[in-house]
Design a protein around this ligand. Structure first.
Ligand code: HEM
Length: 167
């Protein structure tokens, strides 16, 4: 029975993690360049529809990954080992968990408010307000750089998790 629970929790955890980091990969390498290549008048309405849905799903997936990750420790049969910071398993999980919290924090604390601001600026920028267009452009550039940082964090977390599996 314990094995069945472990499989279910692991399945949910890995699925949530794949969708979370995979969603970020798709956003950065497929969706954003495609939107930026579109004519400016077409961008606004598309971003207005996409951004709220996207940030909602990505943040919920991050939260689901953390909750199932904590559950995964609880059903691992190795929960007590977490007190031993010298163990490779503990180090991999703890470093992965800390990076995960940073990653989700960036989403809640920086990406979500920045997208909200972009959506506010959008209509003025489309109607020719140069100040609004410049600010929206600056936010888009900052989000792009942050996106690469977030993806690097995601890959580092996956490395930590796989290391834990073999520790
Ligand atoms: C608070 C955050 C997290 C915690 C506490 C956590 C915890 C765990 C634990 C305990 C395992 C099992 C390790 C073992 O086999 O002994 C695991 C595996 C795994 N985790 Fe996480 N995790 C977290 C975040 C993430 C994130 C953000 C991802 C993103 C993709 C992720 C992806 C995975 C994967 C793919 C495995 C399976 C590794 C393998 O079997 O080779 N985890 N996690």
């Amino acid at each position: 029975m314990e094995d069945v629970i472990r499989v279910i929790v692991q399945y949910l955890h890995v699925t949530a993690g794949i969708l979370w980091i995979g969603g970020a990969f798709y956003t950065i390498f497929v969706q954003t360049p495609a939107i930026m290549a579109a004519p400016p008048q077409a961008r606004g309405p598309v971003i207005a529809q996409l951004a709220p849905r996207q940030i909602f799903y990505i943040l919920r997936l991050g939260e689901a990954t953390i909750i199932t990750g904590v559950l995964r420790i609880m059903v691992s049969g190795r929960a007590r080992e977490i007190e031993n910071l010298a163990s490779r398993w503990t180090l991999s999980i703890v470093i992965g968990a800390v990076l995960t919290v940073i990653l989700l924090g960036l989403g809640h604390g920086i990406v979500k408010p920045a997208l909200k601001r972009m959506l506010t600026l959008g209509p003025s920028a489309t109607q020719g307000d140069a100040g609004a267009a410049a600010e929206a452009g600056a936010i888009a550039r900052r989000l792009k750089t942050l996106g690469y940082v977030q993806l690097a964090l995601g890959f580092a977390i996956i490395f930590g998790m796989v290391t834990a599996r073999f520790s």
